[in-house]
Design a protein around this ligand. Structure first.
Ligand code: S3P
Length: 461
């Protein structure tokens, strides 16, 4: 999706206590999937609370290009909420049309990878591209299993975008063991399996977010999940029976725990803060960050637990807390993979060291998130030890204590929304303001971020 060609720098300064309700948008992962499964169902799927960030709007455009009818039917009732109500008339499994133009997924790795899976077993061709960040990200991890189904691809060396994918005309089902714990790869294989006859099996080395499995069941597909014994390495085996007729459904998108991580982090490090984040998704495959915060001493409380869109949700209350560094268990990485940059920011404001290992995947996200986080923290006066697949943040404690984060520098965000938001949060609890070089990428996942943070009392601008 296009950003203004001129970068828009933005600064955050030390703020008095943050208070109020932090309404975060719909979950990005669930939003992409709702549109994609809606496009594959027969009949009308209705979605409420869709995240209307640039990443998800790229998926809207793509579903239209593949033949689905996608319409915005209205805004949500909640005035604080930019999420919308949408309707999709799907084309049915196997019914995708060949797009007339190039599918530009902007910054959205989830969109391009899931959509390639979706079309890989239908005999059509499509050409995919994205922004400078997405064109640097590895697609070989998707193309490898899709080739096993019978799809063919042609693109740049190393499996980089732009590339053209031609779906299999006689797809075969596949049994595939993921070489990396990736929900995007798992989901691409399951989506491809939908139009292959027989049973497609994915084995994942560690449990990754399971929204695809949940939603497939919701749309009427037959999916089983087996926990594999620890002695044979653990993980999960997911089995899908191919060529179902997907029945349309109504999906209320729960709010994004990865977006909620930013106001929650701000409340934990800005003295005297107390905020409530309503209705956030509590799916256990996404909960690692909050578990880690509790171990670091965070005062978090879940209120009014209930269900939305097939996912457990609750209101989360977060209060300013004395945080201490810990060693984050590497096996927790998959359940908090997008939250490490903002965890590193909290770690900078905590007493002691926070050790984060087993997170080499961060190097192939929207940016190299280990390098970007380390550089941003160091520029703002925090000592960090960088490792090939991890980092150790040497915390300076709260600003009113002996140390505190000096701040004062400008951080390079590398077209990465989560780096941008994480460092604005850092500025709220640093001695001197922290500036990011470009705020535009925030619109990919959290268009209302700045206004929402300002409404809590954050001095950003
Ligand atoms: C996502 C999976 C994760 C995550 C991304 C969203 C998804 O990526 O980082 O933001 O919706 O499936 P990987 O599957 O590459 O770990």
């Amino acid at each position: 999706m296009p950003h203004p060609s001129e970068p828009t720098p933005l600064a955050a300064r030390r703020s008095a206590s943050l208070t109020g309700t932090a309404t975060v948008p719909g979950d990005k992962s669930v939003s992409h999937r709702a549109l994609i499964f809606g496009a594959l169902a027969v009949g009308e799927t209705r979605i409420t609370g869709l995240l209307e960030g640039e990443d998800v709007l790229a998926t809207v455009g793509a579903m239209r290009a593949f033949g689905a009818e996608v319409t915005r039917t209205g805004a949500n009732n909640d005035a604080n909420d930019e999420g919308g109500a949408w309707s999709i008339h799907g084309v049915g499994v196997g019914g995708l049309a060949e797009p007339e133009g190039v599918i530009d997924c902007g910054n959205a790795g989830t969109a391009v990878r899931l959509i390639m899976g979706m079309m890989a077993t239908t005999p059509i061709s499509a050409t995919f591209t994205g922004d400078a960040s997405l064109r640097r990200r590895p697609m070989g991890r998707i193309l490898d299993p899709l080739t096993l189904f019978g799809a063919r691809s042609a693109g740049r060396a190393g499996g980089l975008l732009p590339l053209t994918l031609t779906g299999a005309s006689s797809p075969v089902p596949v049994a595939y063991t993921l070489p990396v714990a990736s929900a995007q790869v798992k989901s691409a294989v399951l989506l491809a399996g939908l139009n292959a006859p027989g049973e497609t099996v994915v084995i994942e080395p560690a449990a990754t977010r399971d929204h695809t499995e949940r939603m497939l069941r919701g749309f009427g597909a037959e999916v089983t999940v087996e926990e594999l014994p620890e002695k044979s390495g653990g993980g999960r085996a997911i089995r899908l029976t191919g060529q179902p007729e997907l029945a349309p459904m109504h999906i209320a998108i729960p709010r994004d725990p990865s977006s909620a991580a930013f106001p929650v982090a701000a409340a934990l490090i800005a003295e005297g803060s107390e905020i409530v984040v309503p209705e956030i998704c509590l799916n256990p495959t996404r909960a690692g960050f909050y578990q880690t915060l509790i171990e670091m001493g965070a005062d978090l409380a879940y209120e009014n637990p209930r269900e939305a869109g097939g996912e457990p949700v609750a209101d989360l209350r977060a209060r300013f807390s004395a945080m201490k560094g810990i060693e984050v268990p590497p096996e927790r990485a998959a359940s908090m993979i997008d939250e490490y940059p903002v965890l590193a920011v909290i770690a900078a404001c905590a007493e002691g060291d926070t050790v984060m290992r087993g997170i080499g995947e961060l190097r192939v996200k929207e940016s190299d998130r280990i390098a970007a986080t380390v550089a941003g923290l160091r520029a703002n006066g925090i000592e960090v030890t960088e490792e090939p697949d991890g980092m150790i943040v040497h915390g300076r404690g709260p600003v009113d204590g002996r140390g505190g984060v000096p701040g004062g520098a400008t951080v390079a965000t590398h077209l990465d929304h989560r780096i941008a938001m994480a460092f604005l949060v850092l500025g709220l609890a640093s001695r001197s303001p922290v500036t990011i070089d470009d705020a535009a990428p925030i619109a990919t996942s959290f268009p209302s971020f700045i206004a929402m943070m300002q409404s809590l009392g954050a001095e950003i601008g």
